[in-house]
Design a protein around this ligand. Sequence first.
Ligand code: NDP
Ligand code: ZN
Length: 352
Amino acid sequence: MKGYGVVKTGQPGWLDKEKPVPGPLDAIVRPTVLAPCSSDTHTMHGGAGPRENLILGHEAVGEVTEVGGLVRKFKPGDKVVVPCVTPDWTGRYIQEGKYNAHDHGMMGSFKFLTAKDGTFAEFFHVNMADANLVSLPNDISPEAALMTVDMMSTGFHAVELAEVGYGETVVVTGIGPVGLMAVAGSRLKGAGRIIVVGTRPNCVKIAKEYGATDVVSYKDGDIVERIKSLAGGSVDKVIIAGGNAATLTQAVSMVKPTGIVASVNYYDAADTFTIPAFMWGLGMANIDIRGGFCPGGAVRIEKLLNIIKYERVDPAKLITHRFDGFEKIEDAFMLMDKKPADLIKPAVFITW
Ligand code: NDP
Ligand code: ZN
């Protein structure tokens, strides 16, 4: 079968691979709508270490083509939403009641891109289908559903990590699709002021629609003093959904004692964080620095779909570019890599 991914680190391209085979609990799915993610392009460039002959992609809605002998809830022909994180629910961390994004270790539940080929393929494999797949609801558009599997789950996870509460002042650095979902999630959790950091006009516009109250450009000099002056002092929470290693230093510098810095950013393997001790309250200010990975599994995605169904948030607004046809995965991926100013999220619609 054909798939699109990393030929070798830094070189994207089409690949020929064997069609995957389901184990007893697994399913094989054909994508009908899919989206590239910043993490796909970052992985192609070697951000998580060298990769070769790997099909990329981890965001998809599709149709089941085959199931293993022990799968009870799904059959060929079913339309499904596929979480980008598909835990092995027997995993050790999960049995310890820890976050489901880590089953047997760091990001162990992220099977696409790390343990196997991804969704930019004619067919892809989903482990533990009954616990990881969700039926696509009739009253939710496939593209809105597609935005739950990573963008919404990750952006909302940042809000969960930050423990955003009623009336709080929250800073969201980065208003790409993940940060925009963190803005929407912060509003749902009752944040008062939501100060966002970003520059692209369409992202700024949507950030305001999702609930941003103030916008600060990181291109106009140091953001810390400007944000503190806007907020009249340190802020309750800082969510990081864009930027670089220095963004973490800035976040720690603007959060108040007892505050939380919550990052879902994908830093580079070569990055090092520098945090001046004074900024971190000499280690005694109860400032939590948290980093987290997108939660997955069926229940998580069902709940996010409910938020769409009852019109709390419309994540389909994130899709700015549409492509038709399997072969257009390449164009969508290259667009994601170049990130023109008007791009938030591309989606590829496929009819088989
Ligand atoms: P985008 O690249 O679309 O958005 C990044 C944002 O960061 C933009 O708004 C950009 O602003 C802003 N930015 C860039 N440089 C700085 C800076 N120095 N200071 C402050 N803001 C800055 O990314 P996505 O929304 O797609 O993803 C965000 C991050 O989340 C990525 O690192 C991605 O890999 C990661 N990710 C993590 C997941 C997880 O589970 N933890 C899952 C999915 C994604 P502007 O556009 O104005 O330049
Ligand atoms: Zn992603």
